[in-house]
Design a protein around this ligand. Structure first.
Ligand code: GCW
Length: 689
């Protein structure tokens, strides 16, 4: 049963009659217009036909040429039919992926152009056009021109070939099962639907296997498995998406029969060059390699006394003849730290490792940098490495899968968090040097850049486990295309596309989504401290879960105070890794924003926040209030009963109830811990155990 939950943002619900009436005159016929081969026009037309058929109740005809009757012309700007739709300068500005949507209403020429300089642009334009109808926008006078902000708009899957997904909360892999590729026709269909969902939000790159590359996955780059990789790549190519593979740095030893994986060894170089050649023989548009090296026990160049630039450049050189890219992750830190050692600060690690290498990487290397200096916590400052390197391509890595944000059992809509990250002013080149511009390469004029994020999808019929977590995937895609979109805009789009136009339904769902990150933050870890979770699986409260561990993730709570002194003056010096303005802001407790106070400072529990509350009272209040708000989410959703189809209604209700109960667990564990530690009573005398 393929229902609305499965169709997600391509559900194309039938439109109300007066809306349909407004759109129908333009949508009776589709004309395809191109001067050369344009493979991505086929899926564009297919999507338009299916989408319009479903929304308007009548599939458009396919026509030859515009004949004065309103229609859609989909194609490339160099075609005869689309002459003059955009002038040369406009066309040039679109780049390889942009498009125009234009209503042409002249005597003898009445059509809406959905046109790119390339067929890829036209495909994205088709999805945009469909979105206009899905969200009820006017089309009679379109003058839209768009192009993506990031060149690389990528999804990373942490899928293993046994079918499991590292940090996956929505079933099993859609790529693999029991050591093999899923290749049955239904699996293929699902993969194709997935590619459609990706392309609909402008994503153009996918890494299909976990960055922790285990034994079988190491062989993905060999002729044994490349034919299957190629079949998956065929599906994604149909939608303009390039496939990447995560590789094991020790492959030359593990599967190549060499005695070393030293990146400067000529044999090793030759071996990787052969692997790249194999990959491109099977997948002509192969994207390249994604690498987690010298990180959390994964092998890397350190073993041979080499650095990350040696490692990344060696792979980049192998890929270079084919236009491939080596994406090298910066999630490098000491994961065998002694908790007694107060001088080592994990937050510093990425910058300390990579900043000195700025300028040493080849042009087809991209460093993939997690948004925060630690690891996808509910609240972190932006990594100082973003905007910290002028001569190195960057990809900003986000986590859609909710590892530390409720594991898709809790509602935690991350678009507002990502917006804060993207809008963060690094001050790398003075005011306005946002993290988004650093990531896309715009800031320093880099040839490559963009965004990557860890997927939250799996084999669950609704893709994301929690139905409302679809909004996170959708929102990520939209932001990679247009980082300047507001949370409000994206949320409005998603809610309308998913649930129609009833203002009560839309208003309620939007409010729920937009408040959810802040609600989750308030009943989990306070003031930027992070890590108060159960070790290993990372679900649920455990204040000291990581306090005496080797992972470098401490809060240092004692009876007097809490927080990590990361100042230059008296702490680890991490605050000094930022450019002048943010560095100064974080250095002093007076200027450090409340929500990051404990990330940068160790303070007494009676320290007064800018909000006027003491730290301890803030902890109590936020946990009581957050839990109440989690209950209100249940009430808000219940108010929609009967206004949403039962299947989606019930599945979300279940999770919200679970969340409310679990929020109470968080509240009581955290409040009790700090009450016992400090002996300071709650000003409002509420129940603490
Ligand atoms: O957040 C941590 C996760 C690991 C993950 C690692 C990484 C893929 O707990 O599961 O490994 O980050 O990003 O490499």
């Amino acid at each position: 049963a393929v229902g609305d939950a499965y169709r997600a943002w391509l559900r194309y619900a039938p439109l109300l009659p007066d809306q349909a009436k407004e759109y129908a005159p333009w949508c009776g016929k589709i004309v395809v217009a191109s001067s050369g081969t344009a493979p991505l026009l086929a899926p564009a037309v297919e999507e338009l036909a299916a989408g319009l058929g479903s929304m308007l109740g009548r599939e458009p005809r396919r026509g030859q040429a515009a004949d004065g009757e309103g229609c859609l012309v989909v194609g490339t700007l160099d075609s005869a039919e689309l002459q003059g739709v955009a002038d040369d300068a406009e066309a040039k500005a679109l780049g390889d992926e942009g498009y125009v949507l234009r209503t042409v209403d002249e005597p003898g020429r009445r059509f809406i152009a959905i046109a790119g300089r390339t067929d890829r642009g036209a495909l994205y334009g088709a999805f945009h056009f469909l979105r206009l109808l899905q969200t009820g926008r006017p089309i009679a006078d379109l003058r839209i021109a768009e192009k993506p902000s990031g060149k690389i708009r990528m999804i990373d899957h942490w899928d293993n070939m046994d079918g499991s997904i590292e940090r996956g909360y929505a079933g099993e892999s859609v790529f693999f099962r029991e050591g093999r590729f899923l290749e049955d026709p239904e699996d293929r269909k699902r993969l194709r639907d997935y590619a459609r969902l990706m392309a609909a939000v402008g994503l153009n790159a996918v890494a299909i296997n976990n960055v922790n590359v285990h034994e079988i996955e190491t062989k993905l780059i060999t002729p044994e498995l490349l034919p299957s990789v190629a079949k998956a790549a065929d599906v994604f190519r149909e939608y303009g998406i390039r496939l990447y593979l995560s590789i094991n740095f020790a492959s030359p030893i593990e599967i190549g029969g060499l005695s070393t994986a030293d990146p400067l060894d000529p044999e090793v170089k030759r071996w990787w060059a052969e692997r790249a050649a194999d990959a491109y023989r099977h997948v002509p548009d192969f994207g390249g390699f994604l690498v987690k090296a010298d990180s959390e026990f994964r092998p890397g160049p350190f073993t041979y006394g080499r650095d990350h630039a040696d490692g990344a450049n060696m792979l980049a050189e192998a890929l270079e003849p084919y236009g491939g890219i080596a994406i090298w992750r910066c999630f490098v830190y000491d994961c065998l730290q002694d908790w007694r050692d107060r001088t080592t600060d994990r937050a510093r690690a990425a910058y300390d490792h990579f900043r000195p290498l700025d300028g040493k990487f080849r042009d087809n290397v991209i460093l993939q940098i997690k948004n925060g200096p630690m690891d996808f916590q509910v609240r972190e400052p932006v990594s100082p490495l973003i905007g910290g390197m002028r001569h190195t391509n960057q990809l900003l890595e986000l986590q859609i899968t909710q590892e530390y944000t409720g594991q898709q059992r809790h509602l935690c809509y991350l678009v507002p968090q990502w917006k804060e990250i993207l809008d963060f002013d690094t001050h790398a080149l003075g005011e306005g040097s946002t993290a988004a511009k650093a990531a896309t390469g715009e800031l320093f004029g880099r040839p490559l850049g963009g965004f990557a994020a860890v997927a939250n999808i799996g084999s669950d019929l609704n893709w994301t486990g929690h139905l409302l977590a679809q909004a996170n995937y959708y929102g990520y895609g939209r932001l990679t295309w247009s980082p300047e979109l507001t949370s409000e805009q994206i949320t409005d789009e998603w809610a309308r596309i998913s649930f129609g136009h009833d203002p009560v339904v839309i208003g309620t769902i939007k409010r729920m989504l937009l408040e959810s990150w802040s609600i989750y933050e308030s009943y989990t870890s306070p003031l930027g401290i992070g890590w108060m979770v159960n070790p290993g699986h990372h679900y649920g409260p455990n204040v000291d879960g990581y306090e005496y561990s080797k992972w470098g993730t401490y809060h240092f709570a004692d009876s007097k105070g809490i927080g990590v002194d990361r100042t230059v003056a008296t702490g680890t010096g991490f605050a000094g890794q930022y450019h002048d303005v943010p560095a100064a802001r974080y250095e002093l407790p007076e200027s450090c924003p409340d929500e990051l106070l404990l990330f940068f400072h160790h303070v007494p529990y009676r320290h007064r926040l800018k909000s006027g509350k003491t730290v301890i009272q803030h902890i109590y209040d936020s946990h009581f209030e957050g839990t109440e708000k989690a209950e209100e989410l249940v009430k808000a959703w219940r108010s929609l009963e009967g206004k949403i189809d039962e299947e989606r209604y019930e599945s979300v209700l279940d999770r919200l109830q679970l969340q409310a109960a679990h929020a109470a667990e968080w509240r009581d564990v955290i409040n009790t811990y700090f009450y016992r530690k400090t002996g300071i009573p709650d000003e409002h005398d509420r129940k603490i155990y």
